[in-house]
Design a protein around this ligand. Sequence first.
Ligand code: NAD
Length: 359
Amino acid sequence: MSKTKKIAVISGDGIGPEVVAEAIKVMKRSEEMFGLSFEFEHGLFGGIAIDEKGTPLPQETLDMCQKADAVLLGAVGGPKWDNNPQATRPETGLLGIRKALNLYANIRPAFIFDCLKEASTLKPEVLEGTDLLVVRELTGGIYFGDKFRRETEQGQEAVDTCVYNVMEIERIARQAFEIARTRSKKVASVDKANVLETSRLWRETVVRVAADYPDVELEHVLVDNCAMQLLRRPSSFDVIVTENMFGDIISDEAAMLTGSIGMLSSASLGDGAFGLYEPVHGSAPDIAGKGIANPIATIMSVALMYRLTFGYHEAADCIDNAVKEVLDAGHRTADIAVDKSKAISTTAMGELILAAMKK
Ligand code: NAD
């Protein structure tokens, strides 16, 4: 039996609790199968925390996450809180938890299950072989720089400042090169070095870090070109590393190659093994409470946690293989079903994946 790992569970709002429940069942099954041991602690986060504690990120939830080995997050938000002031919006909790836990690297794999190619808006032959991973810088750049408005003779002017320092670029570049070593040893660094000073520093720094990884091939791609190439030749990318705002846009574009947001997992990492794992999708208020959400993104986030935080590769493969087997057998939740009348529920999908988990 391996040492007990503490998992902070923050299910959040909408479909968050529904999909997290299935992911926890998968973790419990893998405890039995692989001699793993987890201790789950649950905390309030997002809209539900605003209702019960008056803040999206209560201090006790943050303390619980800081003491944990990894965090499993569902999703936050919903129309009920959309008109709240900034401080009491669920999304403010998301930015707050990333910053407080120093989670500066967001990792999003995007790959195509053969049997789901039809669900994408791109032609199957363009998607063939697509298996990429975006490493996005998460705590710097224009989202965190000074923002203000001022009066000018031409009327109001708004300013957003983009700032990056060498340390911030170096650490995200290292994450990308380390991950590339576990994959096909290719990194595409995405910037706008023909125009932006922050991008020129980004490129210089990435080149310097690359010298420590001579086994990894590095290419530089301008962000506008990257946006095009992702649609034209997605399979030519492996690891893409980029700054915060470019990564926000590029990772959503890459995500949509796969057809459904209900299939995509993500990790947010800092220094060391600790990480926060969550599906890419939001709280889906339109389907919350109906029992029809796709739990696969959250279940595959557990596989990412096993790989990136705990090094439980065998258990991670077991989960990914079980998901593939269930999809290959034709089982679909409504978001990925061609024939919606045959779609199965959240819990039915969870049960099928549990049954398909084999050593
Ligand atoms: P969303 O991802 O919640 O939903 C977009 C569409 O995808 C909806 O039609 C929804 O039904 C569908 N969908 C999403 N996940 C699904 C799943 N697992 N299975 C089946 N269908 C699924 O995005 P949105 O509607 O723009 O946002 C809803 C709320 O979620 C907002 O309050 C937003 O701020 C929040 N949000 C939170 C996060 C997060 O917690 N990290 C991320 C994105 C959006």
